[in-house]
Design a protein around this ligand. Structure first.
Ligand SMILES: Nc1nc2c(c(=O)[nH]1)N[C@H]1C(S)=C(S)[C@@H](COP(=O)(O)O)O[C@H]1N2
Ligand SMILES: [Mo]
Length: 505
C-alpha cells in the first residue's frame, strides 16, 4: 500500500528519461520532431481558430510556453498512472507507456510534409521509457529482494538507479537543448550593397518623447508570430526558392542567385492580423530583398490564370497572397536582409516574403522555399483552411505608448505620445488625440519614412490632478479615418479606437 507514490514516481522518472532521450535524438536529427514538440505542433494545427485567438490574446507571446507546459503536465500525469499500474502488473504499466508513445508517433506521421524518420525520437523515447520502468520495477521485485538478503527492496540500489536515471535524463535533455540552440544559432551571411537604398534615417522622436516606440524596431525586439515550436535549420548554401504552378516555366533560385539580382531596400511596417487595437504585434524594420515581380518575370506569368501565390515554407506550411496585390507596383519583395543584416532565423532565414500593406499571415511567408501560382478555388493555404480572410489589407491604427495605461503621472506639463500606421493607404497623414471625451486635437508627427512605414506622434499635455481618459486615432493619406467600430482580429484584423485611463497626482 505504502509504495504507491514509489511506483508513480517510477512511471514519471521513466517517462521523463525517455522524453529527454527523444529530445536528444531530435536535436541531432530534426529538432521539431522532439516528442513533446511534435504533439504540441499537432495541437496547434488542430486547435479551432476561436480557441487559438483566445490563447494568443490571453497568453500573448507566451502562448507556446503555455502549450508545451500543458503537454508536459499531461505526460507527467499519464506517466504517474502508468507507474501505478505497473505496481499491479508490469504489463499494464508498459501498455500505458506504449499507448503514450503512440501519441507523438501518430502526430509525427500525421504532419504534412514530414519524413517518416520524424518518428525516430518518439520511438527512442518509448524504448528508453519502457526500459527504465522495467529496470526500476525489477530492482524492487522479489528476485532482487532475495538476493539482497530478503530484507525488502534494496533501498540503496534503488536510490542509485533512480539517481542515475535522473542524471542521465538531465544530461540528455540538456545536451539536446544545447545542440538545438547551437544548430539554430544566428548565422550572419554577408549581403551585397543595394543599388536602390531607402532614404537616410531621420532624426527620430526616440529620445525626445520618453516611452515612445522607437522608430525602428531593434531586430531582437521585433514581434514574432508563427505556428512553429522550434526554428527550422536551413543552410543558405542548400536552400532554393522555386516558382512553379501556372507559369510559363518553372524556375529555381539559389541564395546566391538572389543576391546577384538587383536588391531594393525599404522601410516597411509589418503587422499581425492577431494584433488587438493598442497591441504589440507590429514592428518597423528596414528590409533588403529582390522585387517579387523581378522573380515572377523570370517564371513568366503573363498568361497566368492564377489569382494567388501559394507560398510554402521549408516544412510545408503554406501562406497565400493575392497575386493582384503582390504585383500592383508596391514594394513586395523576397527579403534576405533586416536592419542591415541577414534575416535572423526567427524572422525567416534565409529568405521571406514581405508585402507592404498586407497582414503577415497573407503576405509575409518566412523560410519560404516555393511560390506556386494557383487559384483560391484549387488550393487552400493554412489559414484559409481555418476561415481567415484571403485578402487582408492592414487596417490603419494607432496606439498610445506614453503615458502607460493605468499609470500615475505627476501633474503639470507632460507629453502624450505613440505610434500610428496606415501602410499602403498613403501613410499616416494626421493623428488626433482626445482627452476626457473632449475635442479631437491634432498631434505633432515625427519624421516620415514613407507610406508603408509607421509614424511616431506626440501631443504636449498639461495634466491636472485626477483620473483621465486618453484616446487616439489616425487619418491616412488617402483620407480614411480610423474607425471607432470595434472588430475582433478574426477574420481580417481588429479595429476600434484605443482609450486608456491614467491617474494624475
Ligand atoms: N512559414 C511561416 N511564415 C509565417 C508565419 C508562419 O507561421 N509560418 N506566420 C506569419 C504571420 S501570422 C505573421 S504576422 C508574420 C510575422 O513575422 P515576424 O515573426 O517576422 O514578425 O509572419 C508570417 N509568416
Ligand atoms: Mo500574423
Amino acid at each position: 500500500m505504502g509504495n504507491r507514490p514509489l511506483y508513480s514516481g517510477f512511471g514519471v522518472l521513466a517517462v521523463l528519461v525517455g522524453v529527454a532521450a527523444g529530445h536528444l535524438v531530435a536535436a541531432l536529427t530534426a529538432p521539431a520532431s522532439s516528442p513533446v514538440l511534435v504533439v504540441g505542433s499537432t495541437v496547434i494545427d488542430l486547435t479551432p481558430t476561436p480557441l487559438q485567438e483566445w490563447a494568443i490574446k490571453h497568453f500573448g507571446v507566451h502562448d507556446k510556453t503555455v502549450l508545451v507546459g500543458s503537454v508536459m503536465v499531461g505526460v507527467v500525469v499519464l506517466a504517474a498512472v502508468g507507474g501505478l499500474l505497473s505496481r499491479r502488473r508490469l504489463g499494464y504499466g508498459t501498455g500505458l507507456l506504449v499507448g503514450l508513445v503512440a501519441i507523438p508517433v501518430g502526430a509525427a506521421l500525421g504532419r504534412p510534409g514530414s519524413p517518416v524518420s520524424d518518428v525516430l525520437p518518439s520511438v527512442v523515447a518509448g524504448v528508453v521509457g519502457v526500459g527504465s520502468l522495467w529496470w526500476l520495477w525489477w530492482l524492487t521485485s522479489t528476485r532482487v529482494r532475495v538476493r539482497s538478503g530478503g530484507t525488502g527492496p534494496s533501498r540503496r540500489g534503488l536510490l542509485v538507479a533512480a539517481g542515475s536515471l535522473a542524471a542521465a535524463g538531465v544530461v540528455m535533455g540538456g545536451a539536446g537543448r544545447w545542440i538545438t540552440s547551437y544548430r539554430t544559432r544566428t548565422t550572419s551571411v554577408d549581403l551585397p550593397a543595394t543599388t536602390d537604398p531607402a532614404p537616410p534615417f531621420p532624426r527620430t522622436l526616440d529620445d525626445r518623447v520618453p516611452g515612445i516606440t522607437p522608430l525602428r524596431t531593434p531586430t531582437g525586439d521585433f514581434y514574432r508570430v508563427d505556428t512553429r515550436l522550434s526554428l527550422p535549420i536551413v543552410d543558405a548554401g542548400d536552400w532554393t526558392l522555386t516558382i512553379d504552378g501556372d507559369v510559363a516555366r518553372e524556375v529555381s533560385f539559389t541564395f546566391d542567385d538572389l543576391l546577384a539580382m538587383p536588391l531594393i531596400e525599404r522601410d516597411i511596417t509589418l503587422t499581425c492580423v492577431s494584433n488587438e487595437v493598442g497591441g504589440r504585434y507590429v514592428g518597423g524594420a528596414r528590409w533588403l530583398g529582390v522585387r517579387l515581380t523581378d522573380l515572377l518575370e523570370r517564371a513568366g506569368i503573363g498568361d497566368t490564370s492564377a489569382d494567388q501565390i501559394l507560398s510554402t515554407d521549408v516544412d510545408g506550411m503554406t501562406i497565400s497572397t493575392p497575386l493582384s496585390v503582390a504585383t500592383d507596383g508596391r514594394d513586395a519583395m523576397i527579403a534576405v536582409g533586416m536592419n542591415g543584416r541577414s534575416l535572423p532565423r526567427e524572422h525567416g532565414f534565409p529568405a521571406r516574403m514581405v508585402v507592404p500593406g498586407l497582414y503577415g499571415f497573407v503576405g509575409a511567408c518566412k523560410w519560404i522555399t516555393r511560390m506556386t501560382l494557383t487559384t483560391y478555388a484549387e488550393q487552400d493555404a493554412y489559414w484559409t483552411d481555418r476561415d481567415w480572410a484571403t485578402d487582408a489589407p492592414i487596417k490603419l491604427s494607432s496606439r498610445v505608448d506614453t503615458p502607460k495605461p493605468l499609470s500615475t503621472v505627476g501633474p503639470g506639463r507632460t507629453v502624450i505620445g505613440g505610434i500610428a500606421w496606415a501602410q499602403h493607404q498613403g501613410g499616416v497623414e494626421r493623428v488626433e488625440v482626445r482627452v476626457d471625451g473632449g475635442d479631437w486635437q491634432r498631434a505633432r508627427l515625427g519624421p516620415s519614412l514613407g507610406a508603408d512605414y509607421w509614424r511616431q506622434w506626440y501631443l504636449p499635455w498639461t495634466a491636472e490632478t485626477g483620473r483621465h481618459t486618453i484616446a487616439c486615432r489616425a487619418i491616412a493619406g488617402d483620407g480614411t479615418v480610423q474607425t471607432a467600430d470595434r472588430a475582433t482580429p478574426f477574420p481580417d484584423g481588429s479595429s476600434g479606437i484605443q482609450e486608456i485611463v491614467v491617474n494624475v497626482g
